[in-house]
Design a protein around this ligand. Structure first.
Ligand code: PAF
Length: 282
């Protein structure tokens, strides 16, 4: 596995891979890798001739300095896992290397999907995601980019960005990986205390309860029962739970409003914002 630190080297690696008539799969990550990331790598390996994984804690997408400072960094262990997973190249640059041209002042057109849920609550977050992801897409010229559905909104926003920027890449959405107790895998789970980690699976239990409840209750009643259950967990507070059209991410008021309906949730559990979602209709 080739470890690449510089953009020019990444571009060289990608151009050599392409000239050998290879398709390239890209898995963008911020490191602290877990089974969820490895499932993206596995899928990318199946569908492409060469796989590159980026490991980069992108400062421009953090609107909270404490979140950036405490984000887990485990580079050596990450590289070992990626090597074992049969990755061809890992790109692990410094922020100076990625943003060597200075502050990115381009305003990406991310469409209405970026205006809801995480959008207003984390100002600048999706612009930061667009800055790094568009660079990775361009530098690698990847055929496919792999993203986990835990960050359901992020995938919709990246799809909008690819369209507005005219980038030729297929965005592949991969199912959420969960711990045995149901908690969606996330690098930030490492920051939960033992007690918080023990209650956090209650989020997925409440979402599942909500899905069953939705068969006989309104959107509003389903929303309220899920929030009530989660807010009853010690140290947990729902920041938002939005039941939305799975394509536009705009709220639905009635189960008949769309044939694809997803409930997206963010819960503050101790110091960690936990993100999850569940499909109600598809
Ligand atoms: O989902 C993430 O880990 C990040 O937002 C991403 C896509 C790697 C961009 O930094």
């Amino acid at each position: 596995m080739k470890i690449i630190r510089e953009v020019a080297e990444l571009e060289r690696w990608a151009s050599e891979a392409r000239s050998a008539a290879k398709t390239i799969g890209l898995v963008p990550t911020m490191g602290a890798l877990h089974e969820g990331h490895l499932s993206l790598v596995e899928r990318a390996r199946k569908e492409n001739d060469a796989v590159v994984v980026s490991v980069f804690v992108n400062p421009t997408q953090f609107n909270n300095p404490t979140d950036l400072a405490t984000y887990p960094r485990t580079e050596e262990a990450d590289f070992r896992l990626l090597e074992q997973a049969g990755v061809d190249a890992v790109f692990a640059p410094t922020p100076e290397e990625v943003y060597s041209g200075g502050k990115d002042t381009h305003v990406y057109d991310l469409g209405p999907a970026a205006e809801v849920m995480e959008g207003p609550r984390r100002p600048g977050h999706f612009q930061g995601v667009a800055q790094i992801v568009s660079r990775l897409f361009r530098w690698t010229g990847a055929d496919r980019g792999y993203f986990g559905e835990k960050d359901f909104q992020q995938i919709a926003v990246i799809r909008a960005m690819v369209k507005s920027e005219g980038i030729d890449i297929e965005i592949v959405a991969c199912p959420i990986k969960r711990a045995d107790d149901g908690l969606a895998l996330s690098s930030r789970n490492a920051l939960l205390s033992k007690e918080q980690r023990a209650v956090a699976p209650g989020i997925y239990s409440a979402l599942n309860y909500g899905r069953a409840y939705s068969a006989t209750h309104s959107v509003k009643a389903t929303h309220d029962t899920v929030v009530e259950r989660i807010d009853a967990l010690p140290d947990c507070k729902t920041e938002y739970f939005e039941i939305v059209d799975g394509r536009t991410l705009q709220p639905v008021a009635d189960w008949n409003d769309s044939d694809f309906i997803v409930g997206c949730i963010t819960v503050q559990c101790g110091p960690v914002r936990l993100i999850d979602n569940i499909t109600f209709r598809n």
